[in-house]
Design a protein around this ligand. Structure first.
Ligand code: CUA
Length: 658
């Protein structure tokens, strides 16, 4: 009673006193009075943007609406997901296959949406895996992971997965130098012996399928982030790096010695031509290439055996180093393609390089020596200018269409808006706290949709109700349409909101898939009518070809299964209605449930360990009689001679009643 009274008092205070931010709120967030209105999406209304926010160490990709910050869906990508059966069922297990075997977890980092003519085209979103280097492609029709390619000769795939302006390539890099090929050598022999790879993965323009076109064998620096050139700089790719010292231990000290590290400028068109002439050399490697087939509803994993490698010295004029203070992290290119921004983590100033000056410097051979044969361009010859003392610990920069850049500062916990041409700070806003990436929808393209920006924070301490030692990480939504950035909303995220990609809702919502057509289902174990449902024993395997439709399974009584059998439930959802998945859960199953979309088939393996009669049921509340959607499997002893029997309403499905 007391708490209700207190709530009412506060409510009255808020209503009676307009504008009425409470003192604690205003000191924390400095919200203007109409912020709530700006993020309020009324019940039944849609959000304006999709935001795809990486789950970081969760390995997944979450889909939110902006401006509401509402979570719509978590797309399983690199980690098993028992909610959907991803990585547990027979169809999706191959997606998580790698050269190291089955890997059930990943560290997802940078989503990037495919582009045509430098503008988002909304076909696919790519995302990299940092730990066991991989890139995934997710369909923006089904919101499902449809391909994962492993990157050989790499470790710590951080500078990934950014796409070129016609989705020609998506790139991968090596954050950790490694012996290539891997071999047994002393770690103290790092310098000169450990190498890195920058990989260019071709995207098929029709179906999006990825294939590694070539890898550039680079010195063993730590390639951190990257962005493509665009417009005038289309054809180039820029990679930031730290540890030009080639330290192998206590990097926080030993990799922070040099005043300047580099941004590597890679003329991929030039290397593409070189490769087209049949040049470069093939190396033996092993990497998994996993593809989802939407006809058979099944993934296959192929172990690839070789990769084409290009040495920089063999393609003169293709790669240059741009000196950049100091241990740069973010490496961002503005919408015009002219400005390349190096966010030096340890620098007191932001470095802005000019693409035009870079071309001139190359022409003039304005070199300052080389590193392992790669020319270092003179800093003064490529540098457009510096933004002096904008904040502490710059990490990442995104852009609007009005010539402004927005940079996150991890140490001073703020976003700073500045004009790229004038190098003048226009506005700054605190964030809560320790911001990593920020995202403006379309920020990595020629055409940002610059109404909103989200800042993704690593630490939230006092911002949310405490939940034990771990507090949620979060995003903060800003309105950036005016001169001043306006903080509108905090919303928690899944895992670590490492980076994000955003796109206007109208570009995706109409083509979002509603059902899988039963007639197009080419799964070899699909049964498309109840009459075809059946149970077949093959040695100690029992294959149950089952259907589900509101609100029963067929068959729903199964006998003749024995302890020691391997039971395959091949289940087809016969529904052809939008938003009617059914679930399937089997008592004691050591995998997960299945969540099966209309028209789709999925397979769960169950190995019964005890004699008895064991129930299964539908997990998704599908109808008023969802609770009745259930059945039994009778399990007999190992050597028993109970015959296989399967029925629905005591009849064998498909057999005429006598
Ligand atoms: Cu089918 Cu609940």
């Amino acid at each position: 009673m007391k708490s209700i009274f207190a709530f009412l008092t506060v409510a009255v205070f808020l209503v009676s006193c307009n504008p009425a931010p409470t003192s604690s709120k205003s000191s924390k967030g400095a919200l203007t009075s109409n912020a709530a209105e700006k993020v309020y999406v009324a019940p039944g209304e849609y959000d304006d943007y999709y935001a795809f926010i990486s789950g970081g160490f969760s390995g997944q990709l979450a889909v939110y609406g902006l401006p509401s910050g509402r979570l719509f869906r978590v797309i399983p990508v690199f980690s098993q997901d028992p909610e959907k059966g991803y990585g547990y069922n027979e169809e999706t297990k191959p997606m998580l296959n790698t050269s190291h075997g089955f890997v059930p977890w990943g560290d997802s980092h940078h989503p990037d949406i495919s582009q045509t003519d430098g503008v988002l085209d909304g076909r696919w979103v790519f995302i990299n895996e940092n730990n066991t280097p991989r890139i995934a492609r997710i369909s923006l029709e089904t919101f499902e992971t449809v391909e994962i390619i492993e990157i050989p000769n790499s470790a710590g795939n951080h500078s990934s997965s950014f796409v070129t302006e016609n989705s020609e390539y998506v790139v991968a890099g090596t954050r950790f130098g490694i012996p290539i090929p891997q071999r047994d050598i002393s770690i103290s022999d790092y310098k000169g012996n450990f190498k890195a790879s920058l990989s260019f993965i071709k995207i098929d323009p029709e179906d999006g399928e990825m294939s590694i076109a070539f890898q550039i064998r680079m010195p063993g620096f730590d390639y951190d982030l990257s962005h493509p050139g665009r417009g005038k700089s289309h054809g180039w790719f820029f990679f930031s790096m730290y540890n030009s010292e080639e330290a192998h231990s206590l990097l926080e000290v030993n990799a922070s010695q040099n005043d300047k590290d580099f941004i590597a400028a890679v003329n991929w068109k030039k290397i593409e031509e070189y490769v087209k002439q049949g040049k470069g050399h093939k190396e033996k490697v092993k990497y998994a290439h996993n593809i989802w087939d939407d006809d058979t509803h099944t993934a296959t994993s192929t172990m690839e055996k070789e990769v084409l490698v290009v040495n920089p010295e063999d393609v003169p004029g293709a790669i240059y180093f741009l000196p950049t203070p100091k241990s740069p992290h973010g490496c961002d290119v503005d919408p015009t393609g002219e400005y390349i921004i190096g966010n030096g983590k340890l620098a007191a100033a932001m470095t802005v390089h000019s693409f035009t000056k870079m071309l001139k410097a190359i022409e003039d051979k304005a070199f300052d020596g080389d590193k392992y044969g790669i020319p270092i361009l003179k800093f003064e010859a490529v540098n457009y200018g510096t933004l002096v003392q904008p904040g502490l610990g710059p990490l990442h920069t995104e852009f609007d269409t009005r010539g402004n850049a927005y940079t996150t500062f991890f140490i001073s916990s703020e976003v700073v808006k500045w004009n790229v041409k004038d190098l003048k700070v226009i506005d700054r806003h605190p964030v809560y706290y320790s911001v990593g990436h920020l995202m403006i929808p379309g920020g990595n393209s020629r055409k940002p949709f610059d109404k909103y920006m989200i800042a993704m924070n690593k630490i939230t301490k006092d911002r949310y109700l405490p939940t034990g030692p771990e507090v949620c990480q979060s995003a903060q939504l800003f309105d950036i349409s005016g001169d001043k950035m306006e903080l509108l909303l905090d919303f928690p995220t899944i895992g670590e909101p490492h980076y994000a990609a955003g796109i206007p809702a109208e570009m995706l919502m109409d083509k979002s898939k509603k059902i899988y057509k039963l007639e197009d289902n080419k799964h070899p174990d699909a049964v498309k009518t109840e009459a075809d449902s059946k149970v077949i024993r093959k040695g100690n395997e029992v294959h149950i070809y089952m259907t589900m439709i509101r609100s029963h399974f067929s068959p729903d009584n199964i006998e003749g299964v024995k302890v020691g059998d391997k039971v395959f439930f091949h289940i087809t959802n016969l529904e052809q209605d939008y938003d009617v998945p059914h679930g399937f859960a089997m008592i004691g199953a050591n995998t997960s449930e299945e969540l099966i979309m209309p028209g789709r088939t999925a397979t769960m393996v169950w190995e019964p360990k005890e004699v008895g009669v064991w129930p299964f049921y539908c997990t998704d509340f599908c109808s008023a009689l969802h609770q009745e959607m259930q059945g039994y499997v009778r399990v007999s002893a190992k050597g028993a001679n109970t015959p296989i029997k399967y029925t629905l309403d005591d009849e064998v499905p498909g057999e005429e009643e006598e």
